[in-house]
Design a binder for this molecule. Structure first.
Ligand SMILES: *Cc1c(COP(=O)(O)O)cnc(C)c1O
Length: 367
């Protein structure tokens, strides 16, 4: 049996008729940017997340870049200010910070959850700290009440990187509505994926929303009048139409991911495998299903030989990347251990029971 890591063709096939209708509607409309499809999707997405505003933009990295840039334009932050961020995040979170001349302050995650260790945040706060950027990595909620209290106590902005966590809940609220602003990615492989690049910012803050909207549209609020030196980072009408179709089924798709995860958690019994610890099933949207194994590379090879595709998230930690030479000497043992041991198993709303069964059986036979 062959099990793909993520069968996007099958995911799309599930919505084929509605997708074709949506794309054709845009094609026939003669209106391809900043139109009704954007308006509708932004309204529906804001409602879904539970925030006042959603602003579509070109991709998830830009969404995060625009949030920090808007805070700079608003005078809330200045280049050189510090942003606390989990050390084991995907590089985009850190790029959004450095792109704006802000300084990322890397904090180790907890080995049990892979989320930022809230016991280590306070000691990383300095007079220049202006924000905590949490990342709901792998789809699991990173927010804790303690993080909320620290933001209050030190007057810090709370920015959420929700690129991997569409559909994740914290005490009944969607991630992406828990902080001051959130960046979302609709990269095709994400829980809510477009047919190309797409992203959004959500926030309740009117000024931030207006600034982000302008920045992503050349810095303009009025045609041919430029308030900021922005860029062209707009969401196009076809992507908005596609996303709106998928949004209607997002909760159902996340529930199907959670079903796969529940089976993995209860039926993978090989002592060589460390399963993710789940305190609250609703607080994990299972964009990925990360396991750890001391012999990770041998396990991946074995699974591959048995037809099971897996991916490492991620093989090299951000502080060890060539682009961040100034961080290369840092020692972040928990982050490094995760990068050495993590392996993501296939998970999606379209996996069959037989495929799940086969992955479980094959892993349990790993010696
Ligand atoms: C995918 C991702 C991003 C960036 O999104 P793009 O749409 O690919 O630019 C940012 N942060 C995290 C955690 C991601 O997984």
């Amino acid at each position: 049996m062959q099990v793909k890591f993520l069968d996007l063709q099958k995911i799309t096939a599930k919505y084929a008729d509605k997708m074709h209708e949506a794309v054709l509607r845009v094609v026939d409309s003669g209106w391809y940017l900043q139109g009704h499809e954007n308006e509708r999707f932004e309204e529906n997405y804001a409602k879904y997340i539970g925030s006042k505003h959603a602003i579509g933009c070109a991709n998830g990295l830009d969404a995060l870049i625009w949030i920090f840039r808007a805070y700079i334009e608003m005078g809330v932050m200045q280049p050189g200010d510090e942003v606390i961020v989990p050390a084991n995040t995907y590089i985009a979170t850190i790029l959004a910070i450095t792109e704006n001349g802000l300084k990322p302050v890397l904090v180790e995650p907890k080995l049990s959850t892979y989320q930022i260790d809230d016991d280590l945040i306070e000691q990383a706060i300095t007079p220049r700290t202006k924000a905590i950027c949490i990342v709901h990595l792998y789809g699991q909620c990173a927010y804790t009440d303690k993080i909320g209290e620290l933001c209050q106590k030190y007057n810090l902005k709370l920015v959420e990187d929700n690129a991997q966590a569409h559909g994740c809940l914290y005490k009944g609220r969607k991630t992406g509505s828990l902080g001051d602003a959130a960046g979302h990615s609709f990269y095709p492989g994400k829980n809510l994926g477009a047919f190309g690049d797409a992203g959004a910012v959500t926030t309740d803050d009117d000024e931030l929303a207006a600034t982000v909207r302008a920045l992503a549209n050349y810095g303009s609020q009025k045609k041919y009048v430029f308030k900021y030196t922005g860029r062209n980072s707009r969401l196009d009408e076809i992507q908005a139409a596609i996303l709106d179709v998928k949004l209607a089924n997002l909760d159902e798709d996340v529930a199907l991911r959670q079903e796969v995860a529940k089976r993995y958690c209860s039926e993978i019994t090989n002592p060589k495998i460390i399963l993710p610890q789940i305190a609250d099933w609703k607080a994990h949207a299972f964009h990925l299903f990360p396991i750890r194994c001391a012999e990770r590379d041998r396990l991946q090879q074995y699974l591959s030989e048995n037809g099971i595709q897996t991916i490492i998230h991620y093989p090299i930690a951000p502080h060890q990347q060539e682009c961040y030479k100034e961080m290369n000497d840092m020692s972040l043992p928990i982050t490094e251990q995760i990068h050495n041991e993590e392996l993501s198993l296939p998970i999606s709303p379209v996996m069959t029971a037989e495929e799940v069964e086969y992955v479980i059986e094959t892993i349990n036979k790993f010696k």
